[in-house]
Design a protein around this ligand. Structure first.
Ligand SMILES: Cc1ncc(COP(=O)(O)O)c(C=O)c1O
Length: 375
């Protein structure tokens, strides 16, 4: 059987990984500033994470949501404490798309309304409603098309107000920092405007924190920079440091009922052990403040480089906009300097490293980047 060929891949096989580094089958070392697409939050194969998962696997790896799960309760308590959202409720699933799908659905169950506001350049995943709220017609199949999603220009407060006047809005879904769209940071005033319009119109504010959440921005949720509380936060990527787990946390004003949401795999024992290990490391190693410190340092340094058009981001979610003539630099960083980075079309290099990235790693990248630009 052949693989269904949907991914343009790098010709590299990764055989070993530790911290912010990975190695290929020939033993070549790479600096990983991509983290498998913002997934590696605490560093590859962190010993505490490996031990907690191994211990759990030796006890019980899986049982469904038909029995009591103290691990889920422990995860909810820890997440509440670290995120500062102790009065929220946790529902666990398996991926970012699923988290958004559940959030949009839950919002509609809650207020009985249908229309969703999403923004230009958004990416919310590939399941039916999540993809319908994603601003990329190429990945929306005819069966996913719906007139329930209204796309608005990014940061346009007047358009937002107008949409609330014209439609019965169920929810607004927004990434605090757009990832796939090119690292666009939502302004504090825009997020506050969404909060006040949702309050005024009984709409649900959904913070898509799948990529920008979990400490990456230098605060637990990037929406925290604006000092607003969303009604639902969706999470995935960094949550399990590579173990597939997603989740939503839900404001106390939204009430659950049996059967409203559900999943077979979501919140299983191994997934919870992975997520608990991640939070224990984030807390124990103060990785959120490290993300802020090393991220600020990187951005300050990058802003001094004359060839760079713009540096956007917060914490360790950084976009480096290059002129078209330098579009090849990302490939050279990988081929010549053995540094993995991400991209956003057309010419943005995306840095999404582990939150444990050190200043020395940042300097290694800066030196390689400057050397490439000097050519
Ligand atoms: C902001 C955002 N939301 C949702 C998703 C979808 O997550 P997943 O691929 O786990 O379904 C992504 C994935 O890149 C994302 O960046």
């Amino acid at each position: 059987m052949k693989l269904f060929d949907v991914y343009p891949v790098n010709d590299i096989i990764i055989e070993k990984a530790l911290g912010s580094h990975v190695w290929d089958e020939k033993g070549t070392e790479y600096l990983d500033l991509y983290g498998g697409h913002a997934v590696i939050s605490i560093g590859h194969t962190h010993p505490h994470y490996v031990k907690r998962l191994t211990d759990q696997l030796n006890k019980v790896g899986f049982y469904s949501n038909s029995v009591k799960m103290p691990l889920q309760e422990a995860l909810a308590a820890k997440l509440g404490k670290i995120s500062g959202k102790e009065d929220y409720q946790l529902f666990l699933c398996n991926s970012g798309a699923e988290a958004n799908e559940n959030a949009l659905k839950l919002a509609s169950f809650h207020n009985g309304k249908k229309k969703v506001i999403a923004f230009r350049k958004s990416f919310h995943g590939r399941t039916s409603l999540a993809v319908a709220a994603t601003d990329n017609p190429k990945i929306v199949a005819p069966v996913n098309e719906t007139d329930n999603v209204i796309f608005l220009p990014w940061e346009d407060e007047a358009a937002l107000e107008q949409a609330f006047q014209a439609h019965e809005i169920s929810s607004v879904i927004i990434e605090g920092i757009q990832g796939v769209g090119g690292i666009n940071v939502a302004s504090e005033s825009f997020l506050r405007k969404i909060r006040s319009l949702c309050d005024a119109h009984n709409a649900v504010y959904i913070a898509d924190a799948v990529q920008c959440g979990y400490g990456r921005s230098g605060k637990f949720f990037s929406h925290d920079h604006a000092d607003v509380n969303a009604d639902i936060y969706t999470m995935a990527k960094g949550m399990g440091n590579g173990f597939p787990i997603g989740g939503i946390i839900i404001s106390p004003k939204i009430q659950p009922s049996y059967g409203m949401l559900g999943t077979t795999f979501g919140g299983n024992h191994l997934a919870c052990a992975a997520a608990l290990a991640v939070l224990e490391v984030i807390e124990g190693e103060q990785l959120i403040s490290n993300a802020a410190t090393v991220g600020n340092y990187l951005m300050e340094q990058l802003r001094t480089i004359p060839q760079v058009k713009e540096v956007r981001g917060r914490g360790l979610m950084i976009g480096i906009e290059l002129p078209e003539t330098l579009a090849h630099v990302r490939k050279e960083l990988l081929a010549k300097h053995k540094i993995f980075t991400g991209e956003a079309k057309p010419n943005v290099i995306r840095l999404l490293p582990s939150l444990a990235l050190t200043k020395a790693h940042a300097d290694e990248f800066l030196a390689a980047f400057k050397a490439e630009l000097a050519k």
